[in-house]
Design a binder for this molecule. Structure first.
Ligand SMILES: Nc1ncnc2c1ncn2[C@@H]1O[C@H](COP(=O)(O)OP(=O)(O)OP(=O)(O)O)[C@@H](O)[C@H]1O
Length: 757
């Protein structure tokens, strides 16, 4: 059969499947309308006054049985609607491009042809028209070469003969491209996908997942999956398809709420937000490291990674580097823990519990309770016993105070309504001592802030405890006076409710250890993108906070923008050492997909060990170096960006830091197409963008202009990571502008790529 004949047949099939999808969407629309009516009817029945907020249905606890039952009905009706909506979303995702792959197999002598798309589709007879890309059998599409191949089923490994593997590019239900291939998903379709222009949103890559990416996506055995992947190798893509994969395979035990992604910045969250919905899944939770820390240290302003980077650029004395490196190691947290445990006679640093401006429990009283708990117990046990003793004392006070005159007076002064409210709220029955019970409930409400303070462990001062332990450390890193100055400076910061990043993690770890709090058992998977920005102490703390979570850590040691000024150790070695007691798998991705071969080959030459980076065979223009004089630099930069913007919708001018971005912006301020992007931006506008590189981490742009790659701005090898990361953000075009003297980092390239202005 000629390829044209088979293409015609395939097109017929696409047409027929497309019709079935449309029909199914019509049907699901009808069901949604019916279900919605049903939900409304049930909600109306639920009663005038008790109309529930349906999104909170399962949070609410009510004792009243009939209310409970009604709620259950509402919940089920809403649930039903959600399921129908999610089915509709999946069908809509298939519309226009129902599948992208086909495999012909022989299994147990039986021939079968399977089509693979973003979700399963069955016709009315139950026949599979499309297999979900995550189904076990679909794995061979990504992994297998023709011939005998294996795939995992719930009952073990199955063997099939893979006879054909076909890829499609279907747009608006028309087959644009169709190829038979032997090995992994072939280059032709990938070429065409990667040649497209960038979008505000990242796209899913399920049609073209590559072999090693597939290994990451489908790994279910590792506790720690560490990916060292060069720029543009698909790490972020792998995270998102992996989340979709895990959700599919653990449907009954895990939802998107059990997954947390640590993302590099707010822009990134928006950039990736469409991938999972395009695969019929909900987005997982997302948090930046700084949000995570700040949420846990309320009332304290913690320095952000970006703020610190800006400061580090100005000055970083050798002693600061030494201390910081130590504090950011896993060993430092171990040391804090060990010092705490080895000093059983030390009393933790407690705080007065203040109520209405006066101490209710004094620091001395709390310390006394703590000291009387058997010293042989573990610190967290002693802490818990102290806490329980305080709660008991509070209860005793409530019991004793109920007959106090002031309490009786307050009750006498209650309005009838408030009085009645206490009775209903606490279900107090009529009896002889009703008034005493009311008095106790009244006091319980009144003393609620004290109870909260106890429950939330506010009577423990982790900041002072941390300072105490720092004082106990017999360190040899720096002189005693430097160490003392460091302790004093933390003390000063604490006074003003500020903390630097490395201390904040240590304090959190210490607090959570002593109080046994801050642990989230519900999270099953943690993903950390740009893991090279994380310290081992931070990773240790995150692992400690989510004890049931498997971790997928993805990064690139060459894109260490934020800490390269002081960190020397190798990421892969450090992570493996930190998690040496866990089942760790390390995967290396060397193939870069984002940029044209010319850009990737240019960028890799900046790196000391860049030979490993493999460019993808997509051709484009060579990067260009433009040298300007002082006077015409900004004019030249501006013209360069504007010219690129005629060809591409988005052009990014990337700078080393914020102040440079601001400075560039002042030269553009007359232009409406230009946006200065800061850390609070949540989406990427079109036009010319100016932003510091750390905000562009993980993102990509059609064209990038690197600002001022001069000798002054990029003087030596400590700037390599920044420059490499800037260059690798470009998909199709890269221009480096230089003010006067060219950076030595570009020395090898300069003569060939310098353009006459
Ligand atoms: N298998 C693939 N098929 C199609 N496109 C791909 C594939 N793998 C990666 N890409 C594309 O390559 C680009 C880079 O991918 P991604 O952002 O996931 O890489 P990364 O490793 O996270 O990059 P970086 O570390 O530089 O931020 C994206 O446009 C992505 O869609």
């Amino acid at each position: 059969m000629t390829i044209n004949q088979s293409k015609a047949e395939e097109q017929q099939r696409v047409d027929s499947v497309a019709k079935k999808i449309d029909k199914k969407i019509d049907r699901v629309d009808q069901s949604i309308a019916q279900a919605h009516q049903e939900t409304n009817r049930i909600e109306r029945n639920y009663g005038e006054n008790t109309k529930v907020n349906t999104t909170e249905v399962d949070d609410q606890m009510e004792t009243n049985a009939s209310v409970q039952q009604q709620k259950q009905l509402v919940y089920l009706a809403v649930e039903n609607e959600n399921i129908l909506n999610s089915n509709k979303l999946k069908l809509e995702n298939l519309q226009g491009s129902p599948y992208f792959g086909r495999i012909d197999i022989v299994e147990d002598g039986q021939k079968d042809t399977l089509y693979i798309g973003t979700s399963t589709l069955q016709d009315d007879d139950g026949e599979f028209l499309i297999y979900d890309w995550r189904a076990p059998i679909s794995g061979i599409y990504y992994n297998g070469v023709l011939g005998k191949v294996h795939y995992k089923t719930p009952n073990g490994t199955a063997e099939v003969d893979l006879q054909k593997k076909r890829q499609f590019q279907i747009i608006n239900n028309k087959i644009k491209n169709m190829f038979d291939t032997n090995e992994t998903v072939g280059d032709e379709i990938l070429q065409s996908v990667l040649g497209e222009y960038s979008d505000e949103y990242m796209k899913n890559i399920v049609a073209t997942i590559q072999h090693e990416q597939n290994t990451i996506i489908r790994d279910t055995r590792s506790d720690i999956l560490l990916v060292q992947g060069v720029a543009g190798s698909g790490k972020t893509s792998a995270i998102l398809q992996r989340v979709a994969y895990l959700l599919y395979h653990s449907r009954s035990t895990m939802t998107a709420d059990n997954i947390v992604l640590f993302s590099p910045n707010k822009l990134f969250s928006n950039y990736i937000s469409e991938v999972l919905p395009s695969l019929g899944e909900r987005n997982m939770r997302q948090v930046t490291l700084n949000e995570f820390i700040s949420l846990r240290l309320t009332g304290v302003q913690v320095e952000t990674l970006f703020e610190r980077y800006e400061k580090d650029e100005r000055n970083l004395p050798e002693t600061t580097i030494k201390i910081r490196l130590y504090k950011e190691s896993g060993a430092f947290l171990d040391k804090l823990e060990q010092l705490e445990n080895d000093n059983p006679n030390h009393t933790l640093d407690f705080e007065d519990v203040i109520f209405e401006g006066k101490p209710f429990f004094t620091k001395e009283e709390i310390s006394d309770i703590y000291d009387h708990v058997n010293h042989a117990y573990h610190i967290p046990d002693r802490f818990l016993r102290t806490k329980n003793a305080l709660i008991k004392r509070l209860q005793k006070r409530i019991h004793e105070d109920r007959n106090e005159d002031w309490v009786q007076d307050e009750i006498d002064n209650l309005s009838d309504e408030d009085f009645q409210q206490i009775i209903t709220d606490h279900n107090i029955e009529e009896s002889t001592n009703q008034r005493e019970i009311i008095a106790e409930e009244f006091l319980r409400d009144r003393y609620a802030p004290i109870y909260n303070a106890l429950i939330n462990n506010y009577f423990f001062n982790p900041y002072k405890e941390y300072l105490y332990l720092l004082n106990q450390m017999d360190q040899t890193l720096v002189s005693d006076s430097v160490w003392q100055t460091m302790i004093e400076s933390i003390d000063d910061q604490i006074e003003t409710h500020k903390l630097n990043l490395s201390d904040s993690v240590a304090i959190l770890y210490l607090r959570d250890l002593v109080t046994e709090s801050g642990i989230n058992h519900a999270i099953q998977h943690i993903f950390i993108d740009e893991v090279q920005d994380y310290t081992m102490a931070q990773l240790k703390y995150i692992a400690h906070s989510f004890p049931n979570a498997k971790m997928t850590l993805l990064g690139d040691r060459a894109q260490d923008v934020l800490t390269s000024s002081y960190r020397r150790n190798d990421l892969v070695t450090e992570v493996n050492e930190l998690f040496k007691n866990k089942k760790t798998t390390t995967i290396t991705l060397n193939q870069s997909y984002r940029s044209t071969a010319e850009i990737t080959n240019f960028a890799k030459k900046l790196l000391p060990n860049g030979e490993d980076v493999k460019a993808f065979s997509r051709q484009g223009e060579d990067p260009v170096i433009k040298i300007f004089d002082d006077d015409d630099y900004y004019e030249g930069l501006k013209e360069t960006a504007k010219k690129l913007n005629q060809k591409y919708e988005t052009v990014a001018i990337l700078t080393r830091n914020e102040s440079q971005a601001e400075q560039v912006y002042t030269h553009f301020s007359d232009e409406s197409i230009v946006t200065l992007v800061d850390a609070d931006f949540r989406s990427i506008p079109k036009g010319i963008l100016i932003l510091p590189i750390y905000l562009a981490k993980g993102l990509e742009f059609d064209a990038v202009v690197a600002h001022d790659v001069s000798k002054e701005n990029y003087p030596d090898e400590r700037s390599i990571d920044v420059l490499y990361t800037i260059c690798t953000r470009a998909m199709h075009d890269l221009i480096l502008c230089v003010d006067k003297d060219i950076s030595p980092l570009l020395a090898d390239e300069s003569s060939r790529l310098i353009s006459e202005k």
